[in-house]
Design a binder for this molecule. Structure first.
Ligand code: HEM
Length: 387
């Protein structure tokens, strides 16, 4: 009997054969392990993303939601409440506003490359990707760097779920509470001393004279730190993995760095770090002969939609000339990733520098150990050897 277990280490290692079975044979599937329906075809997921009145985020968008988070953050509210929160942050995330992070991002990767360039091997995730992400987020939010490691470790821990019990452990919940507490202190401090940074703008902002609720501010800041650190660092690891596994593609980028943005889009399609998110049905839905009931949770597998042959011919082939404009690596609809532009700018700069200094490398471990998460998929470390 077919099963789909988003918690299994085997799914982390390679979810794509299971996604194919889901798309071809069980396009609307009840997963006992997840306790929710699973949608895997591109068209079905896009339909869900553009119908938030039916596929609601208000009960949370994380497959394993944190207590108290649903209904209070961007990702876990529906319009009009969602739009109000989103508008406040979006204005600070425009391309022009992000131009000033270019040089700090370049400075960060150059500094960390100095530390690894004399070595024969290094860990891309922990020596480069995650450090650059932390530098960038701390710069953007103007956060004090004295406990950067602790912030990063808690961001990574809070997105995890225990693969055996399929639940968050006390350590995962503690990490969430630690981050919420950290965000609360940050918010209080920034209220007293507002600056020009993204957080200050958000905290002091008003829409039609109405201020955000303290809980909204605190949990949205918590989510921004988590989403920023885990998603960006995770994707940098996935992109580096593709560069190791597809040396011909990498050599094209080394010869012509202007191809990096296209390769990045293909990696977001081919193996986005943000694999699965949740919605909750507001009414009964009939789909592919199944009846999903109002109140049921539905998992949207973006990672599967991006490999749907009905949408992307030769979907299992990594092809940096593909230009997959409509991939769902950043989700879609009203909840599409708010950090997409920042992520695109950061990845481009980081890989321009990285591939200039270290153009040739191979992967040292065939088997990787993956962050245990029902939403995200990224390696815990990625050892690369210079060749
Ligand atoms: C390559 C890196 C990234 C990937 C792959 C990614 C992916 C995603 C995806 C798939 C969603 C949709 C979630 C849903 O459907 O419920 C999302 C939402 C979001 N992302 Fe990202 N993300 C990345 C980087 C970032 C960064 C750097 C930030 C912030 C600094 C960020 C902030 C957010 C926020 C706030 C939302 C919620 C938007 C809303 O609900 O309106 N992301 N992201």
């Amino acid at each position: 009997m077919f099963r789909f277990d988003p918690y299994s280490p085997a799914t982390d290692a390679d979810p794509f054969p299971a996604y194919k079975s889901l798309r071809d044979e069980y396009p609307c599937f009840w997963s006992e392990e997840a306790g929710m329906w699973v949608l895997s075809r591109y068209d079905d997921i896009l339909h869900a993303l553009t119908n938030w009145k039916v596929y609601s985020s208000a009960k949370g968008n994380l497959v394993d939601e944190f207590p108290g988070r649903a209904g209070a953050t961007l990702g876990s509210t529906d319009p009009p409440r969602h739009d109000r929160l989103r508008a406040l942050i979006q204005s600070a995330m425009t391309k022009r506003a992000l131009d000033h992070v270019l040089e700090p991002a370049r400075g960060s990767i150059r500094t960390h490359l100095e530390e690894v360039k004399g070595r024969d091997s290094f860990d891309f995730v922990n020596d480069l990707g995650s450090r650059c992400t932390v530098d960038l987020l701390f710069y953007l939010f103007n956060m004090p760097k004295d406990n950067a490691e602790e912030v990063r470790d808690n961001a990574v821990l809070m997105v995890q779920t225990d693969p055996v019990t399929r639940q968050k452990t006390q350590a995962h919940l503690d990490a969430f509470h630690w981050m919420a507490n950290y965000a609360e202190n940050l918010v209080q401090e920034r209220k007293k001393n507002p600056g020009e940074d993204l957080l200050s703008n958000f905290i002091t902002a008003e829409i039609n004279g109405e201020k955000l609720l303290d809980k909204e501010v605190q949990l949205t800041v918590t989510t921004l730190i988590m989403a920023g650190i885990e998603s960006l660092s995770g994707f940098l690891g996935m992109f580096a993995l593709n560069m190791a596994d597809f040396p011909e593609a990498r050599r094209q980028l080394v010869a012509d760095p202007s191809k990096i943005p296209l390769a990045m889009e293909e990696s977001l399609r081919f193996n986005t770090s943000a694999q699965r998110f949740k919605r909750t049905l507001q009414q009964d839905v009939e789909l592919h002969g199944q009846t999903m009931k109002a109140g049921d949770a539905v998992m949207l597998c973006y990672g599967s939609a991006n490999r749907d042959e009905r949408m992307f011919p030769d979907a299992d082939t990594y092809d940096i000339t593909r230009n997959p404009k409509r991939h769902l690596g950043f989700g879609g609809g009203v909840h599409s990733c708010l950090g997409a532009m920042l992520a695109r700018v950061a990845v481009q700069v980081i890989f321009e520098e990285f591939l200039t200094v270290i153009p040739e490398f191979t992967r040292m471990d065939r088997e990787l150990s993956w962050v245990p998460s029902s939403n995200f998929r990224s390696p815990q470390s990625l050892m690369l050897a210079r060749t």
